[in-house]
Design a protein around this ligand. Structure first.
Ligand code: NDP
Length: 453
């Protein structure tokens, strides 16, 4: 991707060109910027002052980028060195907020793409949170708890100086779950000698966590998909659904789909996918992934019968009416999208961040498949993190029902705002446009009110 995409309005091509020039080799970041710029043509036409004040160029440049060395010792006594990142993107709506990803594929460009998306996603929630993201190329897979702890302690020993409940509030993402959040928070507390619960979210319930935070991204994804279905007079009840991944987002998306009467017939991890026509057995999947940290092939081995494991392969070959990609970026390409369309898929909602390639999105839109982009669909996770911060600030703890109800309400509001924004610009049903335009406008207006920042 070296030349500006033709979908970007001419008035904005120079912005994209400059992003490419200043951020060489960061393809995922380019892709995320291209996706947002592709929607902003009509917005700047209606509000030319956004262009004149160079708001978009400002937003493409993070407020601060931190890169640091993370040295630690493995169980064999060998010194290991990883790289840590925190990109503090935008703080006009609140403290920087966004997760940490621990995965060997993490580069600065990965964190920038996620941070850029996060600005608009957080704006869509309507809650007072800015955008940021972080992580490391550390791979927790196959590491002992003691190794993960030593890594997290070293990571936080550098990162703590940049954090604070009013400054920057990380959370989990790929490879960072409850265990890692515990080690990170514990080290922050030791270094600062402060019990600053609101400095990190995704905490355990006994030490400042919020009920429904673990479930929030997956549940929120399905609440959003349900709103999409309702909007066109359909429902998830009785639908055949495929969910990729088998991590935090996927597991709770599967749980909520089942509650809504749908049947999830396939799930995956990076080794392959399983097909269970009777519907994925969530107790077994949770035990395998949340407790035993096993590969997905074990699901088929332990289930037996007609359940199949397909090594490698493409989960999107499994026919379904609703597709929920919940694993990672660019996991669903143009070819997979064409297969889904041929198999009669009518709703695709992104539980992961940017799981569909631009080509795949084009295929869905041309085939009139309802397509919900991640920054709207999976915003329930960060929204519930903001609810966790609210509970921490008021030294309170809400019930599961109350928190889940707030989550449902936030997802319905995001859906409403995306749909009405798209309609207002004469693009009904275009969730990509609606999410980008609504998220951008909220951030841009706050930014302009604060002067040249
Ligand atoms: P987890 O680490 O809990 O699970 C990730 C899942 O995706 C695993 O099944 C993993 O398989 C699979 N996966 C990861 N990388 C790859 C890859 N390169 N190829 C194939 N499969 C892969 O992460 P989450 O569930 O938290 O996150 C999933 C997605 O949702 C990410 O895009 C994340 O940014 C996004 N998201 C998460 C939020 C949250 O609250 N957790 C909030 C909003 C978005 P394996 O174990 O084999 O690697």
């Amino acid at each position: 991707m070296t030349t500006p995409a033709t979908t970007i309005d001419r008035a904005l091509q120079h912005v994209y060109k400059e992003v490419l020039r200043r951020n060489p080799g960061e393809h995922e970041f380019h892709q995320a910027v291209e996706e947002v710029l592709g929607s902003l043509g009509p917005v700047v036409k209606r509000h030319p002052h956004y262009l004149a004040e160079r708001v978009i160029e400002r937003l493409c440049e993070p407020e601060r980028q931190i890169i640091f060395r993370v040295p630690w010792t493995d169980d064999a006594g060998q010194v290991q060195i990883n790289r840590g990142f925190r990109v503090e993107y935008s703080s006009v709506l609140g403290p920087y907020k966004g997760g940490l990803r621990f995965h060997p594929s993490v580069l600065l460009g990965t964190v920038k793409f996620l941070g850029f998306e996060q600005i608009f996603k957080n704006a869509l929630t309507g809650l007072p949170i800015g955008g940021g993201k972080g992580g490391s190329d550390f791979d927790p897979k196959g590491r002992s708890d003691a190794e993960v702890m030593r890594f997290c302690q070293s990571f936080m020993t550098e990162l703590y100086r940049h954090l604070g409940e009013y400054t920057d509030v990380p959370a989990g993402d790929i490879g960072v779950g409850g265990r890692e959040i515990g080690y990170l928070f514990g080290q922050y507390k030791r270094i600062t000698n402060r019990y600053e619960a609101g400095v990190i979210t995704g905490k355990g319930l006994a030490w400042g966590g919020s009920r429904a935070r673990t479930e929030a991204t997956g549940y929120g994804t399905v609440y959003f998909a349900n709103e999409m279905a309702r909007h066109v007079g359909r429902s998830l009840d009785g639908q055949r659904v495929v969910v990729s991944g088998s991590g935090n987002v996927a597991i709770y998306a599967i749980e909520k789909v089942t509650e809504f009467g749908g049947t999830v017939v396939a799930a995956s991890d990076s080794s392959g996918y399983v097909v269970d026509e009777a519907g994925i057995d969530l107790d077994l999947l949770k035990d395998l992934k949340e407790v035993r940290r096993e590969r997905i092939s074990r699901y088929a081995e332990e289930k037996g019968g007609d359940v199949r494991f397909v090594e490698g392969g493409n989960i999107w070959d499994v026919p379904c009416e609703v597709a929920l990609p919940c694993a990672t970026q660019n996991e669903l390409d143009e070819e997979a999208a064409t297969t889904l369309v041929r198999n009669g898929t009518h709703i695709v909602a992104e539980g992961a961040n940017m799981p569909c390639t631009p080509g795949a999105v084009r295929v869905f839109q041309e085939a009139d498949v309802l397509f919900g982009p991640g920054k709207a669909v999976n915003a329930g996770g960060v929204a519930t993190s903001a609810l966790e911060m609210q509970q921490n600030a008021s030294r309170d703890s809400w019930s599961f029902e109350h928190t889940d109800e707030r989550l449902g309400e936030i997802m319905r509001n995001i859906h409403e705002s995306v749909v009405t924004t798209a309609e207002d610009y004469g693009r009904p049903g275009d969730y990509v446009f609606g999410a980008n335009a609504a998220g951008f406008t909220a951030v841009a207006d706050a930014m302009l009110a604060m002067g040249v920042i």
